[in-house]
Design a protein around this ligand. Sequence first.
Ligand code: HEM
Length: 223
Amino acid sequence: MIVGLFASVFELFPSGDGQGRNVVLHQPATLAAMEGLFETRQGAPLIIVGQPDVQNRKIDNPLHVPKLLSFLTYYRWSAEVKGLDAFPRDEWPDNIPLLYYSYHIMVGLGTVFIAVLMVCSFLLFRKKLFSTRWALWALLLSVPFPYIANTAGWMTAELGRQPWLVYGIMRTAQGSSPTVSAGNSLFTLLGFLGLYFVMGALFLVLVIRRLHVGPDDDRQPVR
Ligand code: HEM
């Protein structure tokens, strides 16, 4: 619980915050797309929820905190943050909605982890955790979320760097090798799928076996 609490706070700050700063410095168009910022703004808002409408360059049903994006990126409430309009259309990431949702799912789950672990650590500290059924359920149901957050984070990085292989210098389309055939790529992909499938199955078998063994000590289960 305690490691989880520290790790989840670390994920927000300094890790996530530092990643964001890196992106704004080296890939400003990516940051604009991740945050759903279509227009360059002084005092840019942070979008909490909303659906990006790329065609009309706006966020539908937005719920935002005014000026917070400027503050988080430059530590100044009125700082200018470049929106997608500051970049040519063919330099925008290809799939802005998927990028935006992946980023928001990652950050949203990161926030949920901090909340759940703070509450449960407090209960642990008060020696009430093992008898608080709803908290144990919350922890149990949270198990898949880090996997989802990791995948969403990876998708954020990969979708966000498009259409570049080397940002601003070499496009992904220029990076395909004439000596590697489509069949070769498919074969490698299938190999990785197989490998991950076996590792995933092994993980489940080990977890289920562990559940059958039960806890190591003699603490009584919750009734
Ligand atoms: C809590 C708030 C969080 C913030 C503000 C945040 C921010 C970021 C940012 C800005 C990036 C960089 C994207 C890029 O390089 O284009 C990133 C990547 C990533 N994040 Fe998060 N993140 C958070 C939480 C999490 C959580 C909870 C997880 C997983 C449990 C996670 C996993 C990842 C992964 C795997 C990457 C990709 C790294 C790479 O391939 O370069 N993040 N995050």
